[in-house]
Write a protein that binds this ligand. Structure first.
Ligand code: SF4
Length: 299
């Protein structure tokens, strides 16, 4: 799927193939966007430029923050330590309940104010007393080359790499990405295909494949997160099936963090979209209560 034509210069990347019609197909995630020269994929940050695909956000960040690692959330990886968090812009899913709309749906590259190359980020983590760096705020997989290079720079100075992601990837990209990640929090957004298709325009099976792969084929520590949205994915039977699957396929030692949905985190600039699509922003789902962890509040 190609969604936009715009300025597309950037860092040349891999994980693409050429189609018979000359378009380049991105093979990072199951969307397999087929892009003519000058077009961007649905994530908006991978683009066809000249004779290759490029990552338009390499070396650019939407912001940095030192967080407690439990905020990622990771409760069993370097517990009690600070982590340097950063993200870029765009996303390869279209979740109507996104809590980071301003970043994940950004079409304004000016949102990306900070320029930082991998070695700079690794040094900044050390200077800030952080033992790890998190790729977070928007989905890591769409800027995987930037994340991988940053992970390598971090490892060179003894800093760990952490991915916060929805796990929506294809096999080859997934293998190379998780080979460099020390820990990950992977969203398991619901446990029905219907939920993923209607609310995220994604596929549940691809996410389950990622969780299985990372748990059984890598040394990356994994925790999972599910955002509970009233009436959408919180049916007790569905949650039992989700929990049973995690215990059976990922192992009973795998933590799941359940979060409570808050429509207050839906950005007002998307009100026009909400009027067009009453499900968008899901404003009626929580009575506008502030966001709060269901099981544990930090600290
Ligand atoms: S990573 Fe982006 S460009 Fe590539 S297939 Fe997914 S949405 Fe499309």
């Amino acid at each position: 799927m190609a969604t936009a034509t715009a300025h597309t210069s950037g860092h040349p990347v891999g994980y693409w193939s050429r189609r018979d019609d000359g378009r380049l197909q991105c093979d990072v995630c199951p969307r397999e966007c087929a892009l003519a020269d000058g077009q961007r994929g649905l994530c908006f940050v991978r683009a066809h430029h000249g004779d290759t695909l490029v990552l338009t956000t390499y070396g650019r960040s939407s912001g940095f923050c030192v967080d407690p690692i439990e905020k990622k959330p990771l409760n069993h990886f370097l517990p009690g330590s600070p982590i340097l968090s950063f993200g870029t812009a765009g996303c390869n899913l279209t979740c109507k309940f996104c809590q980071n709309h301003d970043i994940s749906k950004s079409r304004e590259m000016d949102t990306l104010m900070d320029r930082a190359m991998p070695e700079t980020i690794a040094r900044a983590a050390l200077t800030a007393g952080c033992r790890s760096v998190a790729f977070t705020y928007n989905d890591t997989v769409i800027f995987m080359e930037y994340a991988i290079d940053t992970a390598k720079a971090c490892h060179a100075v003894g800093v760990k790499a952490v991915a916060v992601t929805a796990g929506y990837m294809k096999a080859a990209a997934r293998r190379d990405f998780y080979a460099l990640m020390d820990a990950a929090n992977i969203d398991l957004k619901g446990f029905t295909q219907d939920f993923y298709r209607k609310l995220c325009t994604g596929e549940l099976d691809a996410v389950l494949d990622t969780i299985r792969y990372v748990k059984h084929e890598t040394s990356c520590w994994v925790e999972l997160t599910t955002l509970l949205i009233p009436g959408q994915n919180d049916d007790p039977e569905e949650l039992k099936r989700l929990s049973d699957w995690v215990a059976r396929e990922a192992g009973p030692e795998t933590p799941i963090h359940f979060f409570r949905f808050s429509s207050r985190l839906q950005d007002d600039r998307y009100s026009a979209n909400a009027a067009r699509d009453p499900v968008s922003r899901l404003r009626d789902r929580d009575g506008g209560r502030p966001a709060q962890r269901v099981l544990r509040q930090y600290p």
